[in-house]
Design a protein around this ligand. Structure first.
Ligand SMILES: Nc1ncnc2c1ncn2[C@@H]1O[C@H](COP(=O)(O)OP(=O)(O)OP(=O)(O)O)[C@@H](O)[C@H]1O
Length: 276
């Protein structure tokens, strides 16, 4: 008889029928989502559609009133915080910037879940921090105070901190916000390589649709707290889908290099401006 692989080995993170409210306000409705292993899954959707809340529910920061998040096949609600932190890291939208902290010290914070009661710093901790600094290209300013760095350099330091945690799963909430084009590309190159080259399972909330299409392995579309369209390959996204999700007419073009789709909004009033 052929061996059937347990679902959680292919989907180390999955949710079943999550429903979540803040007070009287229902935010997530019946969310079932399977996150594929060693891939980059991007959550997309309009403002307020529940993307950050879903990341929170997948990491136990937000508690659903119904439904379950499974982390490596076990209900996340029954797992110890330190155990969760050894398996799953999350980089929030606006991480707090500690004052007077060097890059090295910030990245070292990623090792907290691995340290015992007496917080001995081991060679494994040191190696993980150095590796994270190298992968993110931040080793060269490891002795500088984080607040003296540019936005993009800082963002890479926070990504290094998440990497030093050495979790198999990392959740990123809008990792490219405030970055210029060059740093957006750098951060997205780095994040997409984490899956394929470094064996991590990544979920990211992104606002830039066209960036998401160029880098994601799968896209999940949310609307009004529901899954509008489950895991979709970038090449399968249509103008109809994007128009329906964002309620904005778009036209589809093709990136001549990657062959992947690119969507441009259609102007409401005509096209060419009469200049000169
Ligand atoms: N702590 C909270 N208390 C009350 N309501 C909240 C809280 N956090 C989020 N919400 C509400 O939940 C809904 C979903 O918010 P969420 O931040 O998850 O959306 P999002 O898709 O990530 O939005 P954006 O694209 O604007 O970042 C919104 O209506 C928001 O106002």
């Amino acid at each position: 008889m052929p061996q059937i692989e347990p679902k959680h080995t292919r989907h180390p993170l999955l949710t079943q029928n999550l429903c979540l409210s803040f007070g009287d306000s229902a935010v997530l409705h019946d969310i079932s989502i399977e996150i594929p292993q060693n891939r980059l899954t991007v959550l997309l959707g309009p403002n307020g559609s529940g993307k950050s809340t879903l990341l929170g529910a997948m990491s136990r920061l937000n508690r659903p009133f119904r439904g379950i998040t499974y982390l490596n096949g076990k209900d996340i609600a029954t797992q110890h915080t330190r155990d969760i932190a050894r398996k799953l890291g999350i980089l929030p939208q606006s991480p707090l910037l500690p004052a007077n902290m060097t890059v090295y010290d910030l990245v070292s914070r990623g090792r907290f879940p691995h340290q015992g009661m007496f917080a001995h710093w081991t060679s494994a901790d040191e190696n993980a921090v150095i590796r994270a600094l190298e992968i993110t290209g931040t080793l060269e300013f490891s002795n500088r105070a984080v607040e003296t760095l540019s936005g993009g350099q800082r963002q890479r330091c926070f990504i290094a901190m998440a990497l030093a945690q050495e979790t198999d799963i990392i959740l990123f909430d809008e990792p490219t916000t405030y970055l210029d084009l060059r740093y957006q590309v750098e951060v997205m190159e780095l994040i997409s390589q984490l899956g394929t080259q470094h064996g991590r399972t990544i979920v990211a909330v992104l606002h830039d649709l066209n960036f998401a299409l160029q880098y994601a392995d799968y896209l999940v579309f949310l609307k009004n707290g529901r899954i509008h369209q489950p895991a979709t390959l970038p090449q399968d996204c249509t103008a109809e889908l994007i128009t329906a999700v964002f309620e904005t007419p778009v036209t589809k073009l093709t990136n001549p290099v990657s062959g992947l789709p690119v969507f441009l909004p259609l102007r409401k009033q005509g096209g060419l401006k009469n200049v000169g």
